[in-house]
Ligand binder design. Structure first.
Ligand code: PNS
Length: 160
C-alpha cells in the first residue's frame, strides 16, 4: 500500500490545497493530510479548527485521512509508513524553501522522497496568507475557499 503525506499549515485550507489533495489522492492508496507545526509562522486558526476544516473539505475523498502533529515530518512519516511527501509548487519563489525542506527531510529519513505537484493553473496566485488579508479587509474570498468552510473562515476573518 502506497501511503503519502501532504503536510502544511493550512491556515486556512484553500481551493489550491484541495486541488493538490484531490490529485495526490488519485496517485496514492492513502493520503494523510497532516496539519503540522511551522515554527516560522503563527497561525490564526487553532490546530483543531484547521483539522476540522480539512475534514469538511475532504470528506468525499475516501482515501484521504486528516491528522495533526507537532512532530518532525521525517519522524511522522516513518511512524505512519509513508515513503512520500507531497508538496504543491506555485512559482519559482516556492522552490528554494521547498528544495531545502525536501533535502533536509531526506537527510533525516533516507527513505523519504518529496514529490512536487505543480499547482493548478487557476491557483498559482493563491496563498492562505493572501486569503486572510483579503478576508480580514472585507474582500470576497469565495473564489479561494471551499463552500463547505467559507462561512467559518469569513466569521473568523471578518466578524460582524
Ligand atoms: O504550509 P506550510 O507552512 O508551508 O508548511 C510547512 C510545513 C508545516 C510542511 C513545515 O514547516 C514542516 O514540515 N513542519 C513540521 C516540522 C518539521 O519537520 N520541520 C522541519 C522541516 S525541514
Amino acid at each position: 500500500m502506497k501511503i503519502a503525506i501532504y503536510p502544511g499549515s493550512f491556515d486556512p485550507p484553500t481551493l489550491g490545497h484541495l486541488d493538490i489533495i484531490t490529485r495526490a489522492a488519485g496517485i496514492f492508496d492513502e493520503l494523510i493530510v497532516a496539519c503540522m507545526l511551522n515554527k516560522r509562522k503563527q497561525t490564526l486558526f487553532s490546530s483543531a479548527e484547521r483539522v476540522e476544516m480539512l475534514k469538511l473539505i475532504t470528506n468525499a475523498i475516501p482515501n484521504v485521512k486528516v491528522d495533526s502533529s507537532d512532530e518532525l515530518l521525517a519522524d511522522y512519516a516513518k511512524k505512519h509508513g509513508a515513503a512520500v511527501i507531497v508538496k504543491g509548487l506555485r512559482a519559482m519563489s516556492d522552490f528554494e524553501m521547498e528544495f531545502q525542506m525536501a533535502l533536509l527531510n531526506r537527510k533525516m529519513n533516507p527513505n523519504l522522497d518529496t514529490l512536487f505537484l505543480t499547482a493548478g493553473e487557476k491557483f498559482h496566485y493563491l496563498s492562505s496568507g493572501a486569503v486572510k488579508e483579503i478576508g480580514a479587509l472585507g474582500g470576497d474570498i469565495s473564489d479561494f475557499i471551499s463552500p463547505a468552510i467559507l462561512k467559518k473562515v469569513e466569521d473568523v476573518l471578518c466578524p460582524v
